[in-house]
Design a protein around this ligand. Sequence first.
Ligand code: IPM
Ligand code: MG
Length: 360
Amino acid sequence: MKCNIAVIKGDGIGPEVVTQAMKVLDAIGKKFGHEFVYEQLLMGGCSIDACGEPLTDEAVARAKAADAVLLGSIGGNTSTSPWYKLPPNKRPEAGLLKIRKELGLFANLRPANLYEQLKGACPLKEEIADRGFDMMIMRELTGGLYFGARETKEVDGVMTAVDTLTYNENEIRRIAIKGFDIAMKRRKKVTSVDKANVLDSSRLWRKVVEEVAKDYPEVTYEHMLVDNCAMQLVKDPAQFDVVLTENMFGDILSDEASMITGSIGMLASASLNETKFGMYEPSGGSAPDIAGQDKANPIATILSAAMMLRYTFDLDKEADAIEAAVKQVLVDNYRTCDIMSDGMTLVGCSKMGDLIIERI
Ligand code: IPM
Ligand code: MG
């Protein structure tokens, strides 16, 4: 199979982790007889430096023409980087929001599971970590507060800022359907998270989710308020299978879920539209403090490449091979510094990529 991939290495640790994921894809291509063709595009700070804007329309058009996008990370140090002296719509993050919207990537899948070998890195109490967990945060990605009207102005001599949280029923329905579809392939449980005791948008969310649930009699579903969910994630994460929620709640809860896995450097993500097209990226940020030092953990990006094989190209066997190789590397006691513990072998970003390839 020939797979056309738009590669956006981005800023910070992006280039080094994406390079490892490309190496791994090439090894998969060799073993299973596929051809991965890459086209590199700019987004984020590097695009601001080269083109004067965080994402050009030309780059969007090229990304659209590919089968999938593999992304590293964007942005720099928000207090020292000159990019953050620019107005908000010119900063690196604006490129990320633009590509999500332009490509219609409304469904963001962020799996969070605890590897047996990393239980020691889990910050939760031992008895909670021992039970393990394996959840999929399904975050709506192109609506809500991120894309509603906003402005800052003086009202009666007082500076006032407003952001709007809008959802229509169609936006809710399509992400709910994706959530239930994915639950059908997992443990068949959906926890829909909202703030229906306060927000109108959440009351509509709840109503639409209830309608969608009727089409999935095999799936158990429940509603949970977002504040309670934040608490349950650290109290009893094993209860969750699919966590379905709107954009801003999903942003916050997915960071919380990632932390209890031991390291955000382990977490992959996929952003999908209605077709097979997807954008795949590690859940973590650009980590400018360790960029260019061969210290970053490439596993999240490598696992994101596995998600690409699974969701865009239907190459399940190949995705399994990557996931098994990652597990084996952990079993063999190799660790990057973010997941290092006593008795393990510390390796850098590039070496970690090599070790995973050896096991493929
Ligand atoms: C994420 C990030 C982004 C978001 C930022 C960089 C705009 O935190 O992907 O979770 O808030 O969506
Ligand atoms: Mg976030």
